[in-house]
Write a protein that binds this ligand. Structure first.
Ligand SMILES: Nc1ncnc2c1ncn2[C@@H]1O[C@H](COP(=O)(O)OP(=O)(O)OP(=O)(O)O)[C@@H](O)[C@H]1O
Ligand SMILES: [Mg+2]
Length: 184
């Protein structure tokens, strides 16, 4: 069992109460020691996303949310650099999947979210929606979404907690564990 300094805790393994449909909720905590590690984690997670996944990203400034998103860009062969959409709220990237990358740090109202076509983004076939500062739109998140919480643990160490809500393609934990054996 991994515990983050912030006391935000997920167990490693299947939550006994987390059954959604045929699949059960998988929660996992991993520590990364560099931006490259966090991006590599993002690649693995991206490879296990269902279609039309919504990924709610939580964490302070510089926690690594955008860095993790870079891994999605790499996994889906996006051929332009993914940058934080701080001033536009949403950026769109075309690769093997369509990435909508939202940063809601400066969101001032739910209307603003509606105006940018948020509902359509969620309904886009082959689309993956990643939302930084997802807490700013808590009431607008679809019921089914994946949650990733990132926190600083000093210098380059980040604690990353993933809860897949039973939505991700099975096997992602094993792949993460194989990549980051030191954290098991
Ligand atoms: N283990 C790590 N994982 C991710 N980033 C790391 C790590 N160690 C150091 N860093 C650094 O932390 C910063 C993370 O920046 P990033 O833009 O991904 O954060 P963010 O959570 O998106 O912040 P913001 O809320 O400002 O958008 C980068 O400068 C990166 O180099
Ligand atoms: Mg960011």
């Amino acid at each position: 069992m991994q515990r983050c300094k912030s006391e935000c805790l997920y167990g490693t393994g299947t939550l006994p109460f987390g059954t959604l449909g045929a699949m059960s909720t998988q929660s996992f905590t991993i520590h990364t020691h560099s931006p490259e590690d966090t991006q590599a984690l993002g690649v693995i997670l991206a490879q296990h996303m269902p279609d039309q996944a919504v990924v709610a990203l939580y964490g302070d400034l510089a926690a690594g949310k955008t860095c993790l998103t870079h891994g999605f860009g790499e996994a889906y062969a996006v051929d332009e650099p993914i940058s934080s959409p701080t001033f536009t709220l949403v950026n769109e990237y075309h690769g093997s999947k369509l990435i909508y990358h939202l940063d809601l740090y400066r969101l001032t109202s739910m209307e603003e979210l509606v105006d940018l076509g948020y509902e359509d983004l969620l309904d886009t076939p082959n689309g993956i929606v990643l939302i930084e500062w997802a807490e700013r739109a808590d009431t607008m998140l679809p019921e089914e979404h994946i949650t990733i919480k990132l926190s600083h643990e000093g210098e380059d160490l980040r604690c990353i907690e993933i809860n897949d809500a039973g939505l991700m393609i099975e096997g992602w934990q094993e792949t993460v564990t194989a990549k980051f054996p030191q954290d098991v």
